[in-house]
Ligand binder design. Structure first.
Ligand code: NAD
Length: 417
Protein backbone atom coordinates (compact mmCIF):
# COMPACT_ATOMS: atom_id res chain seq x y z
CA UNK A 1 0.00 0.00 0.00
CA UNK A 2 1.37 3.42 -0.96
CA UNK A 3 2.38 5.97 1.68
CA UNK A 4 0.32 9.12 2.06
CA UNK A 5 2.76 11.80 0.91
CA UNK A 6 1.24 15.25 1.37
CA UNK A 7 0.44 16.23 -2.25
CA UNK A 8 1.09 19.91 -1.59
CA UNK A 9 4.59 19.09 -0.32
CA UNK A 10 5.06 16.89 -3.41
CA UNK A 11 4.17 19.83 -5.65
CA UNK A 12 6.58 22.12 -3.82
CA UNK A 13 9.36 19.50 -4.08
CA UNK A 14 8.75 19.18 -7.83
CA UNK A 15 9.03 22.97 -8.24
CA UNK A 16 12.26 23.06 -6.18
CA UNK A 17 13.86 20.38 -8.36
CA UNK A 18 12.97 22.21 -11.58
CA UNK A 19 13.89 25.65 -10.21
CA UNK A 20 17.55 24.59 -10.09
CA UNK A 21 17.46 24.63 -13.89
CA UNK A 22 15.57 27.92 -14.33
CA UNK A 23 16.94 31.41 -13.87
CA UNK A 24 14.39 32.55 -11.28
CA UNK A 25 14.85 34.85 -8.25
CA UNK A 26 14.31 33.11 -4.88
CA UNK A 27 11.52 35.53 -3.89
CA UNK A 28 9.69 34.91 -7.17
CA UNK A 29 10.16 31.18 -6.62
CA UNK A 30 8.22 31.42 -3.34
CA UNK A 31 5.25 32.85 -5.26
CA UNK A 32 5.32 29.82 -7.52
CA UNK A 33 4.91 27.47 -4.55
CA UNK A 34 1.83 28.91 -2.83
CA UNK A 35 -1.78 29.53 -3.87
CA UNK A 36 -2.95 33.12 -4.14
CA UNK A 37 -6.14 32.33 -2.16
CA UNK A 38 -8.12 29.39 -0.79
CA UNK A 39 -11.83 29.42 0.01
CA UNK A 40 -12.82 27.02 2.78
CA UNK A 41 -16.52 26.75 3.44
CA UNK A 42 -19.00 24.58 5.33
CA UNK A 43 -22.07 23.73 3.29
CA UNK A 44 -25.37 23.02 5.11
CA UNK A 45 -27.42 20.68 2.96
CA UNK A 46 -30.88 19.30 3.57
CA UNK A 47 -31.05 15.53 3.11
CA UNK A 48 -34.10 13.69 1.78
CA UNK A 49 -35.25 12.84 5.33
CA UNK A 50 -35.36 16.55 6.23
CA UNK A 51 -32.20 16.54 8.38
CA UNK A 52 -29.28 18.90 7.74
CA UNK A 53 -25.74 17.65 7.10
CA UNK A 54 -22.58 19.76 6.98
CA UNK A 55 -19.96 19.29 4.26
CA UNK A 56 -16.50 20.84 4.11
CA UNK A 57 -15.58 22.30 0.71
CA UNK A 58 -12.60 24.14 -0.79
CA UNK A 59 -11.62 26.19 -3.85
CA UNK A 60 -7.97 27.07 -4.34
CA UNK A 61 -6.90 29.75 -6.81
CA UNK A 62 -3.23 29.06 -7.27
CA UNK A 63 -1.93 31.47 -9.87
CA UNK A 64 -3.66 33.86 -12.25
CA UNK A 65 -0.64 35.35 -14.04
CA UNK A 66 -1.47 33.72 -17.38
CA UNK A 67 -5.27 34.06 -17.30
CA UNK A 68 -8.41 33.05 -15.36
CA UNK A 69 -7.99 30.30 -12.76
CA UNK A 70 -8.99 26.95 -14.21
CA UNK A 71 -9.50 23.51 -12.70
CA UNK A 72 -11.90 20.78 -11.71
CA UNK A 73 -14.08 20.08 -8.71
CA UNK A 74 -13.62 16.73 -6.94
CA UNK A 75 -16.14 14.88 -4.74
CA UNK A 76 -14.30 12.41 -2.51
CA UNK A 77 -14.15 11.56 1.20
CA UNK A 78 -10.35 11.98 1.10
CA UNK A 79 -10.40 15.61 -0.14
CA UNK A 80 -8.23 17.89 2.03
CA UNK A 81 -7.21 21.54 1.89
CA UNK A 82 -3.63 20.55 0.98
CA UNK A 83 -4.81 18.17 -1.74
CA UNK A 84 -6.88 20.94 -3.34
CA UNK A 85 -3.95 23.38 -3.07
CA UNK A 86 -1.66 20.86 -4.78
CA UNK A 87 -4.15 20.10 -7.52
CA UNK A 88 -4.59 23.84 -8.18
CA UNK A 89 -0.82 24.24 -8.55
CA UNK A 90 -0.58 21.31 -10.93
CA UNK A 91 -3.32 23.00 -12.98
CA UNK A 92 -1.33 26.25 -13.22
CA UNK A 93 1.71 24.42 -14.57
CA UNK A 94 -0.41 22.15 -16.78
CA UNK A 95 -2.01 25.15 -18.49
CA UNK A 96 1.44 26.67 -18.96
CA UNK A 97 2.97 23.55 -20.52
CA UNK A 98 0.22 23.28 -23.13
CA UNK A 99 0.40 27.08 -23.47
CA UNK A 100 -3.28 27.89 -23.01
CA UNK A 101 -4.17 31.28 -21.47
CA UNK A 102 -5.24 30.11 -18.02
CA UNK A 103 -3.93 30.06 -14.47
CA UNK A 104 -4.60 27.20 -12.08
CA UNK A 105 -7.45 26.44 -9.70
CA UNK A 106 -9.10 23.42 -8.11
CA UNK A 107 -12.03 22.64 -5.84
CA UNK A 108 -13.29 19.78 -3.79
CA UNK A 109 -16.02 18.66 -1.41
CA UNK A 110 -15.36 16.11 1.35
CA UNK A 111 -18.12 13.66 0.42
CA UNK A 112 -18.62 10.11 -0.74
CA UNK A 113 -21.25 10.75 -3.43
CA UNK A 114 -22.25 7.07 -3.53
CA UNK A 115 -23.92 7.57 -0.12
CA UNK A 116 -26.33 10.27 -1.35
CA UNK A 117 -29.35 10.46 -3.65
CA UNK A 118 -29.35 12.50 -6.86
CA UNK A 119 -31.52 15.20 -5.27
CA UNK A 120 -29.16 15.44 -2.27
CA UNK A 121 -26.19 15.75 -4.62
CA UNK A 122 -28.00 18.45 -6.57
CA UNK A 123 -28.63 20.48 -3.40
CA UNK A 124 -25.00 19.97 -2.33
CA UNK A 125 -23.69 21.09 -5.74
CA UNK A 126 -25.98 24.13 -5.94
CA UNK A 127 -25.01 25.12 -2.40
CA UNK A 128 -21.30 24.99 -3.36
CA UNK A 129 -22.01 26.90 -6.58
CA UNK A 130 -23.69 29.67 -4.58
CA UNK A 131 -20.63 29.91 -2.29
CA UNK A 132 -18.36 30.02 -5.33
CA UNK A 133 -20.36 32.68 -7.14
CA UNK A 134 -18.31 35.72 -6.04
CA UNK A 135 -15.08 33.97 -7.02
CA UNK A 136 -15.92 32.36 -10.35
CA UNK A 137 -16.90 33.78 -13.73
CA UNK A 138 -16.07 33.43 -17.42
CA UNK A 139 -13.03 35.71 -17.02
CA UNK A 140 -12.17 34.92 -13.38
CA UNK A 141 -12.23 31.25 -12.46
CA UNK A 142 -13.70 28.46 -14.55
CA UNK A 143 -14.35 25.11 -12.80
CA UNK A 144 -14.63 21.73 -14.57
CA UNK A 145 -15.20 18.05 -13.69
CA UNK A 146 -12.78 15.90 -11.73
CA UNK A 147 -13.07 12.66 -9.74
CA UNK A 148 -16.75 11.75 -9.16
CA UNK A 149 -18.13 14.81 -10.96
CA UNK A 150 -19.20 15.09 -14.58
CA UNK A 151 -21.63 16.79 -16.94
CA UNK A 152 -24.53 16.56 -14.49
CA UNK A 153 -22.73 18.54 -11.76
CA UNK A 154 -21.34 21.05 -14.30
CA UNK A 155 -24.85 21.71 -15.63
CA UNK A 156 -26.13 22.33 -12.07
CA UNK A 157 -23.28 24.76 -11.35
CA UNK A 158 -23.85 26.65 -14.60
CA UNK A 159 -27.60 26.88 -13.93
CA UNK A 160 -27.09 28.10 -10.35
CA UNK A 161 -24.55 30.71 -11.41
CA UNK A 162 -26.67 31.98 -14.31
CA UNK A 163 -29.81 32.12 -12.16
CA UNK A 164 -28.09 34.08 -9.39
CA UNK A 165 -26.35 36.42 -11.84
CA UNK A 166 -29.45 36.88 -14.00
CA UNK A 167 -27.52 36.24 -17.19
CA UNK A 168 -26.30 33.52 -19.52
CA UNK A 169 -22.66 32.60 -19.04
CA UNK A 170 -21.95 29.15 -20.47
CA UNK A 171 -18.20 29.80 -20.26
CA UNK A 172 -18.34 29.95 -16.44
CA UNK A 173 -17.80 26.20 -16.37
CA UNK A 174 -16.56 23.54 -18.76
CA UNK A 175 -17.27 19.84 -19.14
CA UNK A 176 -20.97 20.58 -19.69
CA UNK A 177 -23.36 18.36 -21.65
CA UNK A 178 -23.53 19.21 -25.35
CA UNK A 179 -27.00 20.75 -25.12
CA UNK A 180 -25.86 22.99 -22.26
CA UNK A 181 -22.90 24.42 -24.20
CA UNK A 182 -20.45 21.53 -23.90
CA UNK A 183 -17.88 20.64 -26.55
CA UNK A 184 -17.58 17.64 -28.79
CA UNK A 185 -14.60 15.57 -27.68
CA UNK A 186 -14.46 16.87 -24.07
CA UNK A 187 -15.44 13.56 -22.42
CA UNK A 188 -12.63 11.75 -24.23
CA UNK A 189 -10.04 14.51 -24.05
CA UNK A 190 -8.08 13.49 -20.95
CA UNK A 191 -7.67 9.88 -22.06
CA UNK A 192 -6.88 11.09 -25.58
CA UNK A 193 -3.93 13.16 -24.33
CA UNK A 194 -2.66 10.16 -22.37
CA UNK A 195 -2.81 8.10 -25.57
CA UNK A 196 -1.12 10.85 -27.64
CA UNK A 197 1.73 11.40 -25.16
CA UNK A 198 2.31 7.63 -24.81
CA UNK A 199 2.36 7.26 -28.60
CA UNK A 200 4.83 10.14 -28.96
CA UNK A 201 7.03 8.80 -26.14
CA UNK A 202 7.27 5.36 -27.74
CA UNK A 203 8.16 6.94 -31.07
CA UNK A 204 10.82 9.12 -29.39
CA UNK A 205 12.28 5.97 -27.80
CA UNK A 206 12.36 4.28 -31.23
CA UNK A 207 9.57 1.85 -30.37
CA UNK A 208 6.10 1.18 -31.76
CA UNK A 209 3.24 1.45 -29.28
CA UNK A 210 1.34 -1.14 -31.32
CA UNK A 211 3.74 -3.76 -29.90
CA UNK A 212 3.31 -2.62 -26.29
CA UNK A 213 1.68 -4.39 -23.36
CA UNK A 214 -0.24 -2.00 -21.11
CA UNK A 215 -1.65 -1.97 -17.55
CA UNK A 216 -4.15 0.68 -16.42
CA UNK A 217 -4.93 1.46 -12.77
CA UNK A 218 -8.34 3.18 -12.41
CA UNK A 219 -11.05 2.69 -15.02
CA UNK A 220 -13.06 5.90 -14.86
CA UNK A 221 -13.11 8.71 -17.36
CA UNK A 222 -9.35 9.10 -17.80
CA UNK A 223 -8.28 5.45 -17.52
CA UNK A 224 -10.99 3.71 -19.54
CA UNK A 225 -10.72 6.12 -22.46
CA UNK A 226 -6.91 6.04 -22.52
CA UNK A 227 -7.15 2.23 -22.52
CA UNK A 228 -9.65 2.14 -25.38
CA UNK A 229 -7.69 4.58 -27.57
CA UNK A 230 -4.38 2.77 -26.94
CA UNK A 231 -6.13 -0.56 -27.64
CA UNK A 232 -7.22 0.97 -30.96
CA UNK A 233 -3.53 1.68 -31.77
CA UNK A 234 -2.94 -2.07 -31.60
CA UNK A 235 -1.37 -2.37 -28.13
CA UNK A 236 -2.42 -5.16 -25.73
CA UNK A 237 -4.24 -3.91 -22.62
CA UNK A 238 -3.32 -6.82 -20.35
CA UNK A 239 -4.55 -5.53 -16.98
CA UNK A 240 -6.99 -2.93 -15.65
CA UNK A 241 -8.38 -2.13 -12.21
CA UNK A 242 -10.75 0.04 -10.24
CA UNK A 243 -11.42 0.55 -6.54
CA UNK A 244 -12.88 -3.01 -6.31
CA UNK A 245 -9.73 -4.70 -7.68
CA UNK A 246 -8.13 -5.66 -10.96
CA UNK A 247 -8.29 -8.14 -13.84
CA UNK A 248 -5.53 -9.62 -15.96
CA UNK A 249 -5.40 -11.36 -19.33
CA UNK A 250 -1.95 -11.81 -20.92
CA UNK A 251 -3.62 -12.19 -24.34
CA UNK A 252 -5.09 -8.69 -24.03
CA UNK A 253 -8.47 -7.42 -22.83
CA UNK A 254 -11.05 -5.73 -25.05
CA UNK A 255 -10.86 -2.29 -23.42
CA UNK A 256 -14.24 -1.13 -24.75
CA UNK A 257 -15.98 -4.32 -23.57
CA UNK A 258 -14.46 -3.92 -20.09
CA UNK A 259 -15.81 -0.36 -19.97
CA UNK A 260 -19.28 -1.73 -20.81
CA UNK A 261 -18.97 -4.27 -17.98
CA UNK A 262 -18.04 -1.48 -15.57
CA UNK A 263 -20.95 0.62 -16.77
CA UNK A 264 -23.40 -2.27 -16.33
CA UNK A 265 -22.09 -3.82 -13.08
CA UNK A 266 -20.17 -0.99 -11.42
CA UNK A 267 -16.76 -2.69 -11.60
CA UNK A 268 -14.22 -4.14 -14.02
CA UNK A 269 -13.80 -7.20 -11.79
CA UNK A 270 -17.11 -8.59 -13.10
CA UNK A 271 -15.59 -8.91 -16.59
CA UNK A 272 -15.47 -12.58 -17.53
CA UNK A 273 -12.50 -14.44 -19.05
CA UNK A 274 -9.95 -12.65 -16.94
CA UNK A 275 -7.92 -13.49 -13.83
CA UNK A 276 -8.22 -11.29 -10.75
CA UNK A 277 -5.23 -9.35 -9.43
CA UNK A 278 -4.65 -6.74 -6.73
CA UNK A 279 -3.83 -3.11 -7.46
CA UNK A 280 -0.25 -3.52 -6.23
CA UNK A 281 0.15 -6.58 -8.47
CA UNK A 282 -1.10 -4.53 -11.42
CA UNK A 283 1.31 -1.67 -10.71
CA UNK A 284 4.29 -4.03 -10.64
CA UNK A 285 3.41 -6.11 -13.72
CA UNK A 286 6.12 -6.60 -16.33
CA UNK A 287 4.50 -4.40 -19.00
CA UNK A 288 5.86 -1.85 -21.49
CA UNK A 289 3.46 0.92 -20.47
CA UNK A 290 1.82 1.57 -17.09
CA UNK A 291 -1.00 4.10 -16.76
CA UNK A 292 -1.95 5.15 -13.21
CA UNK A 293 -5.38 6.75 -13.69
CA UNK A 294 -6.90 6.73 -10.18
CA UNK A 295 -5.69 9.06 -7.42
CA UNK A 296 -2.55 10.57 -5.88
CA UNK A 297 0.18 8.51 -4.20
CA UNK A 298 -0.65 5.26 -6.02
CA UNK A 299 3.08 4.45 -6.26
CA UNK A 300 5.39 5.24 -3.37
CA UNK A 301 9.13 4.71 -2.99
CA UNK A 302 8.96 1.08 -1.92
CA UNK A 303 6.43 0.05 -4.56
CA UNK A 304 8.48 1.93 -7.18
CA UNK A 305 11.36 -0.43 -6.51
CA UNK A 306 9.19 -3.25 -7.88
CA UNK A 307 7.78 -1.37 -10.89
CA UNK A 308 8.88 -3.10 -14.11
CA UNK A 309 7.20 -0.93 -16.78
CA UNK A 310 9.51 0.92 -19.19
CA UNK A 311 7.21 3.92 -19.58
CA UNK A 312 4.63 5.38 -17.18
CA UNK A 313 1.99 7.80 -18.47
CA UNK A 314 0.39 9.63 -15.55
CA UNK A 315 -3.27 9.98 -16.47
CA UNK A 316 -4.02 10.71 -12.79
CA UNK A 317 -2.76 13.81 -11.04
CA UNK A 318 0.15 13.14 -8.68
CA UNK A 319 0.13 9.30 -8.77
CA UNK A 320 3.85 9.06 -7.89
CA UNK A 321 5.30 10.29 -4.61
CA UNK A 322 8.59 12.26 -4.85
CA UNK A 323 10.36 9.18 -3.42
CA UNK A 324 8.92 7.02 -6.21
CA UNK A 325 10.05 9.61 -8.75
CA UNK A 326 13.64 9.38 -7.53
CA UNK A 327 13.65 5.56 -7.66
CA UNK A 328 12.17 5.49 -11.17
CA UNK A 329 14.67 8.11 -12.42
CA UNK A 330 17.48 5.85 -11.26
CA UNK A 331 16.01 2.79 -12.97
CA UNK A 332 15.64 4.76 -16.25
CA UNK A 333 11.86 4.43 -16.29
CA UNK A 334 10.43 7.20 -18.47
CA UNK A 335 7.61 8.99 -16.67
CA UNK A 336 5.36 11.16 -18.84
CA UNK A 337 4.28 13.68 -16.20
CA UNK A 338 0.65 14.27 -15.29
CA UNK A 339 0.83 17.94 -16.23
CA UNK A 340 1.22 16.83 -19.85
CA UNK A 341 -0.22 13.28 -19.99
CA UNK A 342 -3.66 14.38 -18.75
CA UNK A 343 -3.61 17.93 -20.12
CA UNK A 344 -6.12 17.03 -22.84
CA UNK A 345 -8.97 17.62 -20.38
CA UNK A 346 -8.10 21.24 -19.73
CA UNK A 347 -7.11 21.82 -23.35
CA UNK A 348 -10.54 20.79 -24.64
CA UNK A 349 -12.11 22.69 -21.72
CA UNK A 350 -10.32 25.71 -23.18
CA UNK A 351 -11.75 24.88 -26.63
CA UNK A 352 -15.21 24.60 -25.01
CA UNK A 353 -14.78 28.03 -23.41
CA UNK A 354 -13.59 29.53 -26.72
CA UNK A 355 -16.68 28.08 -28.45
CA UNK A 356 -18.92 29.44 -25.65
CA UNK A 357 -17.40 32.91 -25.99
CA UNK A 358 -17.83 32.79 -29.78
CA UNK A 359 -21.33 31.22 -29.54
CA UNK A 360 -20.07 28.83 -32.22
CA UNK A 361 -19.54 25.06 -32.16
CA UNK A 362 -16.65 23.11 -33.60
CA UNK A 363 -16.92 19.61 -35.08
CA UNK A 364 -15.44 16.67 -33.17
CA UNK A 365 -12.84 16.28 -35.92
CA UNK A 366 -11.69 19.87 -35.44
CA UNK A 367 -11.53 19.47 -31.65
CA UNK A 368 -9.46 16.27 -31.92
CA UNK A 369 -7.12 17.74 -34.56
CA UNK A 370 -6.50 20.91 -32.52
CA UNK A 371 -5.95 18.80 -29.39
CA UNK A 372 -3.43 16.59 -31.17
CA UNK A 373 -1.55 19.66 -32.42
CA UNK A 374 -1.37 21.19 -28.91
CA UNK A 375 -0.30 17.96 -27.18
CA UNK A 376 2.29 16.94 -29.78
CA UNK A 377 3.80 20.46 -29.77
CA UNK A 378 3.94 20.43 -25.97
CA UNK A 379 5.54 16.97 -25.97
CA UNK A 380 8.18 18.12 -28.47
CA UNK A 381 8.93 21.21 -26.34
CA UNK A 382 9.31 19.05 -23.27
CA UNK A 383 11.72 16.64 -25.01
CA UNK A 384 13.73 19.62 -26.30
CA UNK A 385 14.07 21.02 -22.75
CA UNK A 386 14.97 17.53 -21.45
CA UNK A 387 17.71 17.01 -24.05
CA UNK A 388 19.11 20.56 -24.15
CA UNK A 389 19.41 20.87 -20.36
CA UNK A 390 20.50 17.26 -19.89
CA UNK A 391 17.76 16.81 -17.26
CA UNK A 392 17.17 13.66 -15.26
CA UNK A 393 13.42 13.35 -15.79
CA UNK A 394 10.70 14.43 -18.19
CA UNK A 395 8.83 15.83 -15.18
CA UNK A 396 11.66 18.25 -14.43
CA UNK A 397 11.68 19.23 -18.11
CA UNK A 398 7.94 19.92 -17.98
CA UNK A 399 8.28 22.13 -14.90
CA UNK A 400 11.24 23.98 -16.43
CA UNK A 401 9.11 24.91 -19.47
CA UNK A 402 6.03 25.72 -17.37
CA UNK A 403 7.82 27.75 -14.68
CA UNK A 404 9.58 29.86 -17.32
CA UNK A 405 6.21 30.70 -18.88
CA UNK A 406 4.54 31.60 -15.56
CA UNK A 407 7.52 33.72 -14.46
CA UNK A 408 7.63 35.52 -17.82
CA UNK A 409 3.94 36.43 -17.51
CA UNK A 410 4.43 37.68 -13.95
CA UNK A 411 7.54 39.73 -14.72
CA UNK A 412 5.95 41.27 -17.82
CA UNK A 413 2.94 42.33 -15.72
CA UNK A 414 5.17 44.05 -13.15
CA UNK A 415 4.45 44.17 -9.44
CA UNK A 416 1.28 45.45 -7.74
CA UNK A 417 1.88 46.69 -4.21
P1 NAD B 1 -13.30 8.84 -12.23
O1 NAD B 1 -14.03 9.05 -10.97
O2 NAD B 1 -14.05 8.85 -13.52
O3 NAD B 1 -12.44 7.47 -12.17
C1 NAD B 1 -11.59 7.15 -11.11
C2 NAD B 1 -11.34 5.64 -11.21
O4 NAD B 1 -10.33 5.27 -10.26
C3 NAD B 1 -12.56 4.77 -10.88
O5 NAD B 1 -12.61 3.69 -11.79
C4 NAD B 1 -12.27 4.27 -9.46
O6 NAD B 1 -12.91 3.04 -9.18
C5 NAD B 1 -10.77 4.12 -9.56
N1 NAD B 1 -10.09 4.06 -8.27
C6 NAD B 1 -10.26 4.81 -7.17
N2 NAD B 1 -9.41 4.40 -6.19
C7 NAD B 1 -8.70 3.38 -6.72
C8 NAD B 1 -7.67 2.53 -6.22
N3 NAD B 1 -7.19 2.66 -4.99
N4 NAD B 1 -7.17 1.59 -7.05
C9 NAD B 1 -7.63 1.44 -8.31
N5 NAD B 1 -8.60 2.20 -8.83
C10 NAD B 1 -9.11 3.16 -8.04
O7 NAD B 1 -12.15 9.96 -12.23
P2 NAD B 1 -11.34 10.54 -13.47
O8 NAD B 1 -11.99 11.78 -13.91
O9 NAD B 1 -11.03 9.45 -14.43
O10 NAD B 1 -10.00 10.98 -12.72
C11 NAD B 1 -8.93 10.05 -12.45
C12 NAD B 1 -7.66 10.84 -12.31
O11 NAD B 1 -7.44 11.59 -13.50
C13 NAD B 1 -7.63 11.85 -11.15
O12 NAD B 1 -6.33 11.95 -10.63
C14 NAD B 1 -8.00 13.15 -11.85
O13 NAD B 1 -7.53 14.29 -11.14
C15 NAD B 1 -7.27 12.95 -13.15
N6 NAD B 1 -7.76 13.82 -14.23
C16 NAD B 1 -9.03 13.72 -14.71
C17 NAD B 1 -9.44 14.59 -15.70
C18 NAD B 1 -10.82 14.51 -16.33
O14 NAD B 1 -11.08 15.28 -17.28
N7 NAD B 1 -11.68 13.62 -15.89
C19 NAD B 1 -8.57 15.55 -16.22
C20 NAD B 1 -7.27 15.60 -15.73
C21 NAD B 1 -6.88 14.74 -14.72
Amino acid sequence: MADQANPFESLQAQIDVAAEHVDVRPDILQRLKHPERVLETTLSVELDDGSIELFQAFRSQFNGDRGPYKGGIRYHPGVTRDEVKALSGWMAYKCAIVDIPYGGGKGGIVVDPKQYSESELERLTRSFAAELRPLIGEDRDIPAPDVNTGQREMNWIKDTYETLEGTTAPGVITGKALDSGGSEGRVEATGRSTMLTAREAFEWLGRDIADATVAVQGYGNAGSIAARLIDELGADIVAVSDSSGGIYDPEGLDAAAVAETKQETGSVVEHSAAERLSNDELLTLDVDLLIPAALENAIDKSLAEDVRADVIAEAANGPLTPGADRVLAETDTYVIPDILANAGGVTVSYFEWVQNRQRFSWTETRVNEELERVIVEAFDGLVEAYEQNDLQTLRTAAYVVAIERVVDAYMQGGNWP
